[in-house]
Design a binder for this molecule. Structure first.
Ligand SMILES: [Zn+2]
Ligand SMILES: [Zn+2]
Ligand SMILES: [Zn+2]
Length: 136
């Protein structure tokens, strides 16, 4: 597993205690988390410091946000070398049973040919179904 300290150093983010704690917590997850879930997992941290750190992580392209259709924005740590640009976009998987959202990092969004003069700026590709745990 990548270390929180190394990631912050690599991206040039000042390693405050709050940021280190939050990033370590996010790295332990196998799924994307909502702000609410982070608050529950990090009871010693208050909501506004979690939120502020999230915003700076997003700004420095350490994490990306995911709209999985549940109405709750979720966040996941970016892959190494991600610049959060169009070519870094990947599919996400939402389990309709346990309601977890996973990054499918190995599945980038394919480039499609758009109508003339149309320009892509973002894409939100979510596959729904059952994760390995729920499909047993
Ligand atoms: Zn990214
Ligand atoms: Zn599941
Ligand atoms: Zn993702």
């Amino acid at each position: 597993m990548r270390k929180a300290e190394d990631i912050l150093a690599l991206k040039g983010v000042k390693p405050t205690a709050v940021r280190l704690n939050l990033l370590e917590f996010l790295l332990e997850q196998d799924k994307a988390l909502s702000l609410k879930e982070m608050e529950i997992g990090l009871l010693h941290m208050d909501r506004s410091s979690i939120f502020r750190s999230l915003k700076s992580f997003e700004e420095y392209k350490l994490i990306h946000s995911i709209n999985d259709g549940t109405g709750m924005t979720k966040y996941a740590v970016c892959a190494e070398g991600c610049n959060c640009e169009l070519e870094d976009l990947h599919y996400h998987f939402y389990c309709t049973s346990c309601e977890k959202t996973f990054c499918l990092m190995d599945h980038p969004i394919p480039s499609i040919i758009l109508p003339k003069n149309f320009k892509m700026t973002d894409a939100n590709m979510v596959i729904k179904g059952l994760c390995d745990q729920c499909n047993k």
